[in-house]
Write a protein that binds this ligand. Structure first.
Ligand SMILES: Nc1ncnc2c1ncn2[C@@H]1O[C@H](COP(=O)(O)OP(=O)(O)O)[C@@H](O)[C@H]1O
Ligand SMILES: [Mg+2]
Length: 378
């Protein structure tokens, strides 16, 4: 098992610059997820690691070895896909042992290895069936077994759970993580689903239009987003637009488009000069009075609070949705924009509030992320 390193990767489809300079390190035995919307370049990056696409520029290193121009069949990567890609006319065992046969592993050993890995993915007793006789979840387990049985240097997973229903997705992602950790295989995992990425990864690289927005642990990416894009992609948020009206040492005052005033005292230094880029982390912008800023708040970090006096917005209730452990309250702010609060206490009382009634929404300072353009103001 080894570390995978990607240096300044650029990939083109004819004139189209799909991957625009990616730097990434996947540590030995780590699960790194490429997370981003459809079309951002995740599959393209993965296929270049597998050797199916040659980059125009940049290098891919496995351990000390530069594999940028090594043919796919010599890279020893295992791959699983959204559509399983099993051979329908072969038995499960034949599917799983195909790669071993190509590698001229003797029949006895192939059989032994297939049985062992099928038991690891909980498919004992299914070896003689064909893929059509198995459920979607079972077929993906076969695909996982087929990828792992060759003891790949690296495992590449391209949205492997997207065709499965919610419960199976949760079950299988737990198993994929468990198994890859147990085997210690370095894994690059691709998904557009933020909760899947948070649950399965050691590290997440958030990708937007062929570039990395942020690399970090699931906790870092969720709780400390570097960019507006990351904040919005990994959480359920409200975004309010405003303008800086006052700037003093230790204080930033913002007037929202709805006419409310929000103040921030915990920003380290809003006057800070643009800092040099460190890896892919973006530099922090400085603020000036008159700057337009965006404020992002998670639905479940803000409160309906009639007693609140500071950092308060006024809203009119448009809809109340009871969701078991919480009530989702959808409001309109003064400027007509939509705003959502997930309330998790006093649900009976909240459900009793009338549509059209006016309430105060408290936005604690700690619940707000501030951005100037796409960059976080810290
Ligand atoms: N074979 C191809 N030829 C031309 N453009 C492509 C090809 N494959 C992908 N693209 C384009 O490259 C971009 C990235 O695609 P892809 O890597 O498949 O994104 P993702 O996997 O994140 O959805 C998209 O704009 C897509 O339309
Ligand atoms: Mg894709």
């Amino acid at each position: 098992m080894v570390e995978l390193k990607i240096e300044d990767l650029h990939i083109f489809y004819d004139d189209f610059h799909a991957v625009r300079g990616i730097n990434l390190t996947v540590n030995d035995g780590e699960i790194l997820t490429l997370l981003g919307p459809s079309g951002c370049g995740k599959t393209t990056i993965l296929r270049s690691i597998a050797g199916f696409i040659t980059p125009r520029k940049g290098r891919i290193l496995l351990g000390e070895k530069d594999i940028t121009h090594v043919p796919a069949r010599l890279r020893d990567s295992g791959m699983i896909f959204q559509n399983y890609a099993l051979w329908p006319h072969m038995t499960i065992e034949e599917n799983v042992t195909y790669g071993l046969k190509m590698r001229k592993v003797p029949k006895e050993e192939r059989h032994r290895k297939a049985m062992a890995i099928l038991s690891q993915v909980q498919l004992e007793g299914q070896a003689d069936k064909t893929p059509g006789q198995l459920s979607g979840g079972q077929q993906q387990r076969v695909a996982l077994a087929r990828a792992l049985v060759i003891e790949p240097t690296i495992l590449l997973c391209d949205e492997p759970l997207s065709n499965l229903d919610f419960q199976l997705r949760v079950e299988l992602r737990t198993e994929i993580r468990h198994l890859t950790k147990k085997l210690g295989v370095t894994t690059v995992y691709v998904t557009h689903d933020q909760s899947e990425a948070l649950a399965i990864s050691d590290t997440i690289a958030v990708i937007n239009a062929g570039l990395i927005e942020q690399v970090g642990t699931p906790l870092e990416v969720f709780n400390d987003p570097d960019t507006l894009f990351v904040a919005n992609f990994v959480g359920e948020n409200n975004q309010i637009e405003g303008q800086v009206t006052k700037l003093e040492k230790g204080l930033v005052e913002v007037k929202t488009e709805g006419g409310d005033t929000l103040t921030y005292t915990n920003l380290q230094d809003p006057f800070m000069e643009d800092t040099a880029e460190e890896g892919d982390r973006k530099s922090a912008p400085k603020l000036a009075v008159g700057d337009k800023v965006s404020i992002v708040t998670r639905y479940d970090k803000i409160f309906l609070d009639e007693k609140a006096t500071e950092n308060v917005l006024t809203g009119t209730i448009r809809n109340l949705a009871y969701m078991g452990t919480m009530v989702q309250v959808v409001l309109n702010l003064n400027d007509g924009s939509k705003f959502t609060v997930n309330v998790s206490e006093n649900l009976n009382k909240v459900m009793g509030m009338g549509l059209g009634s006016t309430v105060k929404i408290h936005l604690p300072e700690s619940a707000c992320f501030l951005f100037k353009d796409n960059l976080r103001v810290r």
